[in-house]
Design a protein around this ligand. Structure first.
Ligand code: HEM
Length: 327
């Protein structure tokens, strides 16, 4: 295993992580307003910087929301998605192909926080706060974010490849994967609602257009008119084009993503799979019927749950001074 620090200290840290951090941490060390005394303006600073960023680059809302998900699903919410290394491949390397962005913007938030309160606000917390501020800025509902996360020391590309659910996943895999992190089928459908904003490359769903069963066919569960439309943007083997995941409202946090799924226009197999389970399908139906009566609030609740995954215990980890490097 590649270690970012001296081998022995890295080994000790790994052992601590192994014994102290269950796959699903209960988030006991987290609380709303954790920085109230040590950095009272922390949340206001994050909000202000994100506001400035989105006012000039609104297309960054999707990438900035997604970073918190990728952080939490690999090693837990401890900032490993942000680490760089000159000597080994960190998680970022695995995500390169899948277009994770927004790292510089997180650095910008961190710089502003370090100026106000040096060494206080963790990078893992910054990701959680940024995700909330993006949701609000794009039309979603405010929710309280628990803070107090510690930053980890390790980031390994193979773990990201192993632990992130592929867009080709079926409902059984999706539910099992969420369940092992303490997230329910309801959380699955609600958090998939994050796809109401942002873009995708063609590659995660290209198989559904051109080669679904290996015989040059399309996915019969995907609406044929939508297939024709997607084919105009995405030629076979296209690695660069971006398409809106929620066409026409990809910068607005709304319930149109659920509408798309019900119309068999969910972009990924993993989106469409939400129709294959009674519970997730019922949730979609209910939100469409009631105009999203509970979705906006539910999203905050599920995000808080996601934000508790694998949180490091109080004495473990550190607060990085720079999000790309261990101290
Ligand atoms: C359920 C399992 C999930 C799968 C399989 C999945 C898969 C993907 C894929 C393949 C992309 C397109 C990447 C690209 O080509 O650039 C994407 C984008 C995105 N995902 Fe997910 N995702 C999942 C869950 C989530 C969750 C839980 C969130 C947040 C709550 C989220 C938020 C986003 C956002 C905002 C984007 C757009 C990023 C951008 O605009 O660059 N996803 N996802």
């Amino acid at each position: 295993m590649a270690c970012p620090k001296l081998f022995l200290s890295c080994l000790l840290l790994e052992l601590m992580f192994f014994f102290l951090v269950p796959e699903v941490a209960q988030g006991h060390s987290l609380k709303v307003g954790f920085y109230g005394k040590a950095c009272p303006n922390a949340e206001a600073i994050v909000k202000e910087v994100i506001g400035q960023i989105l006012s000039v680059a609104p297309s960054l809302s999707g990438p900035l929301l997604r970073l918190h998900f990728h952080d939490c699903f690999v090693r837990g919410c401890e900032g490993s998605v942000l680490l760089d290394s000159p000597t080994y491949q960190s998680e970022k390397y695995a995500f390169r192909k899948h277009g994770l962005r927004g790292y510089q913007e997180i650095d910008r938030v961190k710089t502003a926080l370090e100026k106000a309160c040096p060494g206080i606000v963790s990078c893992a917390d910054i990701l959680a706060l940024v995700a909330r501020d993006v949701v609000v800025a794009t039309g979603g509902l405010f929710y309280d974010v628990e803070t107090g996360r510690r930053d980890g020391y390790v980031s390994i590309s193979e773990e990201a490849r192993r632990d992130l659910i592929p867009p080709t996943a079926n409902i059984t895999t999706l539910k099992a994967d969420f369940a092992k992190r303490g997230l329910s089928a309801k959380d699955l459908v609600i958090l998939s609602g994050g796809h109401t904003i942002g873009n995708s490359h063609c590659s995660p769903f290209s198989n559904r257009l051109y080669n679904f069963t290996g015989k040059g066919d399309a996915d019969p569960t995907l609406d044929s008119n939508y297939i024709a439309r997607l084919k105009l943007s995405c030629k076979p083997n296209d690695q660069t084009t971006l398409v809106e995941m929620d066409p026409g409202s990809a910068r607005t946090f709304d319930i149109k993503y659920f509408d798309l799924i019900l119309k068999r226009r969910g972009l990924f197999t993993s989106d469409a799979a939400l129709l294959d389970d009674n519970q997730t399908k019922a949730y979609l139906d209910f939100q469409i019927k009631t105009g999203g009566s509970t979705f906006f609030k539910d999203f905050g609740v599920s995000m808080v749950k996601m934000g508790r995954i694998g949180v490091l215990p109080k004495m473990a980890g550190e607060v990085r001074k720079v999000c790309t490097k261990v101290n």
